[in-house]
Design a protein around this ligand. Structure first.
Ligand code: AMP
Length: 280
């Protein structure tokens, strides 16, 4: 695996590969890698000639500075995991390399409704920061495909919109959420859970599964409310438990029995905010 720190160098290298007709797959990450990230690398391998990943803890997407300061950094282990997974190229830029213009005064993306609901509402500015860094990365790497995890469901929709409005040529591929054996969605933030919250954390996915099992056409507020009550009783602090149209993310209060749905959760387990979702 070749590691690049500078835009000039990686651009030059990838350009020559792309000139040779090699198809490239890109997996952007913030590091502290786990099997969820590695599954994206493996999927990229089956679809592309060259697999590129990036590790960059993007300061502009953290609405909570404490969360940014405590974001886990395990770079040596990450490099080892990427190498073992057969990643060909790693981009490891500094903040200065990515934001020579400074962190404030970035361009504004028109995200419409997607920025007003769920994590858009609970994490002001978060998706603007995500779009800003991913647009920059895509304009450096020019991948044929970018692989994203369904774990960040709303982020996938936001980035699809950004790619479309910025007229980028990259095709987005969404890969399934990897889970621990007890059902907890893998996340870099899981290492920050206390032992007590780690033991209880599978309840989040169990609540999403209960929503899927119990939902019936008509009013659906009670299934959401039951999930919130279970989580609160176990000591979690939910930001939201919602059911939405899986295509548009429109939040639903009633269900027609036909529309494809996604149940989404954002829950504080102590100081750690976890998200998960289930499509059905
Ligand atoms: P992050 O490092 O958290 O920014 O995530 C980088 C990429 O990995 C994003 O596309 C995430 O959606 C994806 N990802 C994170 N956790 C998982 C998981 N448990 N399963 C599959 N993909 C994941």
């Amino acid at each position: 695996m070749i590691v690049f720190k500078y835009i000039h160098d990686i651009s030059h290298y990838l350009h020559s590969l792309q000139q040779q007709g090699k198809k490239t797959g890109f997996v952007p990450t913030m590091g502290a890698l786990h099997q969820g990230h590695i599954s994206l690398i493996e999927s990229a391998h089956t679809k592309c000639d060259i697999v590129i990943s990036s590790i960059f803890v993007n300061p502009t997407q953290f609405n909570d500075p404490g969360d940014f300061d405590k974001y886990p950094i395990t770079i040596e282990k990450d490099i080892d995991m990427l190498e073992k997974a057969g990643c060909d190229v790693l981009f490891l830029p500094s903040v200065k390399e990515m934001y020579p213009e400074g962190l404030t005064d970035g361009k504004q993306y028109e995200l419409g409704y997607l920025e007003l609901v769920l994590d858009g509402a609970y994490r002001p500015g978060h998706f603007q920061g995500v779009c800003r860094v991913v647009e920059k990365l895509l304009r450096i790497v020019h991948p044929d495909k970018m692989l994203l995890g369904q774990k960040d469901y709303q982020q996938c929709m936001v980035l699809a919109k950004m790619v479309e409005t910025e007229r980028l040529k990259t095709i987005i591929i969404i890969c399934p959420t990897k889970r621990e054996a007890d059902g907890l969605a893998m996340s870099s933030r899981n290492v920050r859970l206390t032992n007590a919250f780690r033991a209880k954390a599978p309840l989040i996915y169990q609540c999403l599964q209960s929503i899927k099992k119990e939902i019936k056409p008509g009013d659906i507020s009670h299934v959401k409310q039951q999930a919130i009550e279970k989580l609160v009783a176990a000591g979690f602090k939910p930001d939201y438990i919602e059911v939405a149209n899986a295509q548009t993310l429109e939040l639903l209060h009633t269900w027609d029995g036909k529309t494809a749905l996604v149940a989404l959760a954002a829950v504080f387990a102590g100081e750690v905010r976890l998200i998960d979702n289930l499509v059905f």
